[in-house]
Structure formats: structure tokens, C-alpha cells
Design a protein around this ligand. Structure first.
Ligand code: PDD
Length: 301
């Protein structure tokens, strides 16, 4: 079955799906994105993703391309056409296509909207969580507006590649004060020896992860104490537990930072408890409605 992408109003096989060479997303990384989990045939927390997408667009003065309800129709259709039961949905919105010029096109052009969906084996994520992941640390070298979910991810790609080459799964960016900001594609957390959850405030310097927001809610439900403050690499190395959060990893235990084992070197009980309780606190919007015939089984159109 060929994968189907949505590009500016059309559902196309990936081989035929394309944006213009002068799209500003391609030319300048002048675009924002979202990654939404798909679980048990449902989109997870679409409302929170819409809120963040609209905020990112607003911060960059890119027009909101369409209503949330119209966007949701496309998201469900892309998930359905690709038969994704568990996996993720990717949305990218760029400022649009215009002759190359750094300043914004005037008059404005319509934003480019692309969506793709891919299945991911849930068992793999669960197996990884039972094992835990290693992280490395790298100097923070990104721009100061990482609160905007822009596609300008070169430092993140380099950091994650360095992690891979070091036998780790994630890289934590470390600021000039020796404090962890966040991961290449995840938010960073520790659990102190007193059992307090610590994660950096999301006002600036990190992306306000949707998984982070929901994890804070789950932690409150579980009666856990939380402090939103910066933590240093040294503090992390002496923590009882560490973990990362993202739509793609969910709550993922960290068992080593720069080869220093965290706690007893095995996934922590707090991280695993948060992971297991996570989806009791999420909004789930089924991909398929009762009127299943509305969702073509295998064609682009
Ligand atoms: N990344 N921080 C960064 C830099 C991220 O790229 C991400 C997500 C997060 C976690 O956000 P959320 O909980 O909303 O997924 C934090 C996505 C998954 C990606 O780039 O693929």
C-alpha cells in the first residue's frame, strides 16, 4: 500500500506529493509543525496541538490556514488513508510559496499545508521503556525562540546524530549555567532523591511539550510533588530517576546521562507509573466515525 500525504487540499501518494522549490519552508525553514500521537485508532490531544500550532503561527505572523474542524477532518482522513492504528501524524504549515526574498511576501501568499501519517509498532516503544534510554549532553546552540515549534531543527538533528554515534537515544542541551534545557526532540525531567519531579519552566528556553503538559496533570492526579525549575547536569546525574517526554516517546525512562547511571541504572518506578497512567488523561478523537464509508479504504482523492 502506498503512503498517502495531504498537500494543499489534495491527497496524493508520497511519490507524487511535493511542494514548490520556492516554498519558504524549504528555502528558509519558515514553517512550523506538530507531531500528534495516534493510539488505538484515535488522535491524541488534538485540541492541545491546535492551540500550540496556532500559537506558533501567531508568533511568526503566518496565517492560520483553516479552521480546527476542517483541519481535524484532514487529520483523520490522512490517518485513515494510511491505516494508522498506532503511530503519529505530522503537520507542517509554511508561510507559503514566493520568489526567494528574506522579507515576507507582500501581499501575503496562502500558507502551505502538508500532512503525513506513519504507523509505529507500540510494542517497540514499550520494550524500549522497559529498558530505558541513554542520553548525552551537548552545549545549547539554538536560537532563543525554541518555544515556537519551527521546522528549523538543524541543531536538534546534529545533537541527536551525536547521541546516536555515542550509543545514546537522545541529547540534552545544556545552557551556559550548566542546566539542562531540553532534549533534541523531547522535554527533560528528573525525580530527586526526595521523590520530587523537576522539569524546566516552559516560559522560554524550551518547547512547551504537549506530553509535558499532560504529564504534569498525571503527576497531580498521582499525588506527586512537582517543581518547575531548572536542574543541572550534576543534579541529574545524582537524581533517583530521569526521563524524557514527547508525543513520539511518551514518558521514556532515562537510565544514563553521559554514561553515568541514574539511580540503580534501571527505569524508575515514577517514570513507569506516569507512562502507564498517561492515556487516562488525554483527549482521544477516533480516526474513524460510525460512517466508515466516508473514509475511502485505499485511494488518493
Ligand atoms: N518533538 N522539545 C522539542 C525540541 C521537541 O522537538 C519536542 C517534540 C518536544 C516534546 O513535545 P511534545 O510533547 O508536544 O511532543 C520537546 C516532536 C515529537 C518531533 O520533532 O518529532
Amino acid at each position: 500500500m502506498s503512503r498517502i500525504a495531504y498537500v494543499n487540499g489534495r491527497y496524493l501518494p508520497h511519490s507524487a506529493a511535493a511542494v514548490h522549490i520556492e516554498d519558504r519552508g524549504f528555502q528558509f525553514a519558515d514553517a512550523v509543525y506538530e507531531v500528534c500521537e495516534i493510539r488505538d485508532g484515535a488522535l491524541v490531544d488534538p485540541t492541545l496541538h491546535f492551540e500550540r500550532l496556532e500559537r506558533s503561527l501567531r508568533e511568526l505572523a503566518i496565517a492560520v490556514p483553516t479552521s480546527r474542524s476542517a483541519m481535524l477532518v484532514v487529520m483523520r482522513r490522512v490517518a485513515a488513508l494510511n491505516r494508522v492504528h498506532d503511530g503519529s501524524l505530522y503537520i507542517q504549515v509554511s508561510r507559503g510559496q514566493a520568489r526567494r526574498d528574506h522579507v515576507f511576501p507582500s501581499p501575503a501568499v496562502p500558507p502551505t499545508v502538508v500532512m503525513t501519517a506513519k504507523p509505529v509498532a507500540r510494542a517497540k516503544g514499550e520494550a524500549l521503556a522497559e529498558q530505558g534510554i541513554k542520553v548525552i549532553t551537548v552545549p545549547e546552540n539554538r536560537w532563543s525562540r525554541v518555544d515556537i515549534k519551527s521546522v528549523s531543527l538543524l541543531p536538534n538533528c546534529l545533537a541527536k546524530q551525536a547521541a546516536k554515534e555515542a550509543g545514546a537515544r537522545e541529547a540534552w542541551f545544556v545552557d551556559a549555567n550548566g542546566c539542562v534545557t531540553e532534549g533534541g526532540s523531547t522535554n527533560a525531567w528528573i525525580v530527586t532523591r526526595d521523590g520530587v519531579l523537576v522539569t524546566r519552566p516552559a516560559e522560554y528556553g524550551i518547547l512547551r511539550g504537549i506530553t509535558r503538559t499532560v504529564t504534569l496533570k498525571v503527576a497531580a492526579k498521582l499525588g506527586l510533588k512537582v517543581e518547575e525549575r531548572a536542574f543541572s547536569v550534576e543534579e541529574a546525574k545524582h537524581a533517583r530517576e530521569a526521563f524524557v517526554t514527547a508525543a513520539t516517546t511518551l514518558v521514556m525512562p532515562v537510565v544514563a546521562v553521559d554514561d553515568a547511571p541514574i539511580g540503580n541504572g534501571a527505569p524508575g518506578t515514577t517514570a513507569l507509573a506516569l507512562r502507564h497512567a498517561f492515556h487516562d488523561s488525554t483527549e482521544m478523537v477516533p480516526v474513524h466515525t460510525a460512517a466508515r464509508h466516508l473514509w475511502p479504504r485505499s485511494h488518493a482523492g
